[in-house]
Design a protein. Structure first.
Length: 160
């Protein structure tokens, strides 16, 4: 088998330009594909976490008879919810989401609760993709909705 080694000092300027051009074309094609794959992975991870959090809120409601009040309204409920999070191995609640923004919850009355993503630097396009994974792809309808600049996953399967 005859193998030739490249002698870089013997390469002409034209050959170097061709190699640089091919590398640039490859990078121009590969970069958006890689970025898109990473974004799809982050979206899927965020969707999985929303579903996990919804399970934790349902667990809380089944055990105590109602969903927890809004954060800060009851110190005891906040402490209990942190305990439920630990049971469900949710150690990411205080962190930023994969798509930007912060995790939160919103509760109205006894039988209505939603997992919330809020923040000023959230891409609507990414939230539409998240909605497509979780629901119907429309931020105005369904279980995942945009309300007053926040994104709510409304827990519809009430356990009460």
């Amino acid at each position: 088998m005859n193998t030739n080694n490249i002698r870089w000092k013997d390469i002409s300027v034209l050959d170097a330009a061709i190699i640089a051009g091919l590398t640039a074309v490859f990078m121009a094609v590969a970069t958006p594909l890689i970025r898109g794959a990473i974004l799809r992975q982050h979206t899927a991870e965020c969707a999985q976490k929303i579903m996990r959090a919804a399970e934790a809120f349902d667990f809380y409601a089944a055990a105590l008879g109602s969903y927890p009040p809004n954060p800060g309204n009851s110190q005891q409920a906040d402490i209990t919810m942190r305990g439920v999070f630990s049971v469900f191995h949710i150690d990411w609640w205080e962190n930023q989401t994969e798509l930007g923004g912060q995790w939160n919850w919103y509760s109205v009355g006894k039988g209505n609760c939603s997992v919330v993503i809020s923040g000023s630097r959230i891409s609507e396009r990414q939230m539409v993709q998240l909605d497509a994974l979780l629901d119907d792809g429309d931020l105005e309808t369904g279980a995942f909705q945009r309300r007053v600049g926040r994104y709510h996953y409304i827990i519809r399967d009430h356990v009460l």
